[in-house]
Design a protein around this ligand. Sequence first.
Ligand code: GDP
Length: 298
Amino acid sequence: MFENLSDRLSGVLDKLTRQGALSDADVSTALREVRVALLEADVSLPVARDFVKKVQEQATGQAVTKSVTPGQQVIKIVHDALVTTLAGDDINAGELKIDSPPAPILMVGLQGSGKTTTTGKLAKRMTDKMGKRVLMASLDTRRPAAMEQLAVLGMQIGVDTLPIVPGQTPVQIAKRAKQQATLGGYDVYMLDTAGRLSIDDELMEEVAAVRDEAKPHETLLVVDGLTGQDAVNTAENFDSRIGISGVVLTRMDGDGRGGAALSMRAVTGKPIKFVGLGEKMDAIEEFHPERVAGRILG
Ligand code: GDP
């Protein structure tokens, strides 16, 4: 019984006594295991297929360094390819464009994805780590409880929230948030848009109207990292209709193997900027491709 991919690959490859270069056959054998492991980690089939093809091209014919076994060598090639795919060309994953105050950040996503929690986490992070003055506003006009939730969160973490004025539309609230942020000398204002249980035209039109009004410097999509392929479909949908600048994957403290991250990056081309790692307000960190690669490899 092999426990994880690293062990499986070593098991398959190290039995063969190799000298010189990795042969096509060795690499193919190993990559069959890689493909299964990716699928088990909830990477979508086309993404897993493309990835394996890329690795195959890189690995075939590579000289096996004397100090390592063929198994270790393939693991390293796979690991490095995972990191490259996950990272894309972003060197600074967790950086937000918030230089020109007051910088609007639009938070979008489905209900229950962790959007409001993430809004609070990022606001706290910018306040504590970067010394920014942040204002948060809830635009969830259909759910008064959601507006209250943000106000309570703000009090808990010491971040100001825009006072609730009943009867205003999301666009009106966005306007008021900008005014207050300008007058109050805030560096950043965050607009926590309404979520729905599924994507519908009404939601998208509402978010698009807010986007047109606020002209956000960042539009962050919050998605549940445990939902695998659904998370990727949600991201494609929001990106084509709203245009997102980055993704926050929540619930990465859960049991998922992180495959959604790989599909997300490969399919949408948008950077994963942060990952949520729990319910506490400091349970968020910048996206580290190596950590997710390690998790996928097991
Ligand atoms: P929203 O409807 O998208 O605004 O979702 P909420 O922010 O209200 O979050 C829904 C639930 O998910 C809450 O119980 C949060 O505490 C929880 N949650 C949010 N982010 C994370 C995370 O990264 N990890 C875990 N374990 N729970 C989270």
